[in-house]
Design a protein around this ligand. Structure first.
Ligand SMILES: C[S@@+](CC[C@H](N)C(=O)[O-])C[C@H]1O[C@@H](n2cnc3c(N)ncnc32)[C@H](O)[C@@H]1O
Length: 251
């Protein structure tokens, strides 16, 4: 049984390191972490930003963490963010470098995290491209490692219309994944465990009061009853298939 279930102090930190839309991300992340069988020793985060690097949580559990961004130009702001958080919480500053989600790594990791990255990797919504990124990450995992994809989910037609009309990502052709699509991105014998959160809090709300209300409704009501619907998800893929090579399941 894993001993890394986040406690109250961790949750306060998670709210800081999720940066935006923090409640549904934190809820999904906490449940995903609680499902890990063992405490990871090595963690890689792909596509972190100057506002958000959830992998820093694992520093509190003694893991060796590498936080990466895509472009060299993003590295100074990401470094400043990580340094601030680490100083605040008395943690060692992790390695910060660039990495492309489609690249092989020199070493293998017990946990790899992509938060708000996968859905932007192909703006034409080609599932084969998303599957390639998953396959690559699975190949970068150590035996029994876990890939944690945190991203935006397809919740309903109404949600999607609103997100496309008013959301930055939605207006920019971000891909909102369904449960079925997430299953199709790995081989049929390696389906992900998917955790859904945030039915009413579709994104960063325009008013703080509205944000508080939607978060309250989700945590008190919708998250408890809607286990397969939400605007945010955490998908846990197992690395067991990495050695044999994952291929996409037919949709
Ligand atoms: C919506 S932002 C999210 C950033 C951060 N994870 C967060 O939640 O604030 C998407 C990020 O994906 C990164 N990205 C785009 N293509 C990538 C790739 N091929 N490999 C790794 N990261 C990539 C971008 O640089 C950008 O920082």
């Amino acid at each position: 049984m894993s001993n890394i279930r986040p406690n109250e102090q961790d949750i306060a930190m998670l709210h800081r390191i999720f940066g935006w839309h923090v409640i549904p991300w934190t809820d999904a992340f906490c449940e995903a972490v609680s499902r890990l069988d063992v405490t990871p020793r090595t963690v890689l985060e792909v596509g972190a930003s100057r506002l958000s690097a959830p992998s820093l949580f694992f520093l509190r559990r003694g893991a060796s963490v590498e936080v990466t961004c895509y472009a060299e130009t993003e590295a100074p702001a990401l470094t400043a963010f990580c340094e601030t958080i680490c100083q605040e919480y008395g943690l060692p500053v992790p390695t910060i470098r660039v990495h492309d989600a489609f690249s092989a790594t020199e070493r293998k990791y017990d946990v790899i995290i992509l938060k708000g990255v996968l859905g932007g990797l192909d703006r034409d919504h080609n599932l084969d491209v998303f599957s390639k990124a998953i396959e690559r990450s699975l190949g970068n995992l150590s035996e029994n490692g876990r890939l944690i994809i945190l991203d935006k989910g397809w919740c309903s037609l109404v949600h999607n219309l609103l997100l496309q009309r008013f959301g930055d990502a939605g207006g920019n052709n971000w891909h909102y994944f369904s449960q079925k699509e997430l299953k199709s991105l790995s081989s049929p014998d390696n389906p992900p465990q998917v955790i859904w959160k945030g039915f009413t809090s579709a994104g960063t709300m325009p008013f703080k009061g509205l944000q508080r209300l939607t978060d309250w409704l989700d945590t008190r009501l919708f998250n408890r009853f809607l286990s397969t619907k939400g605007t945010v998800f955490a998908a846990l893929y197992s690395g067991n298939q990495a050695q044999t090579g994952a291929t996409r399941s037919p949709t």
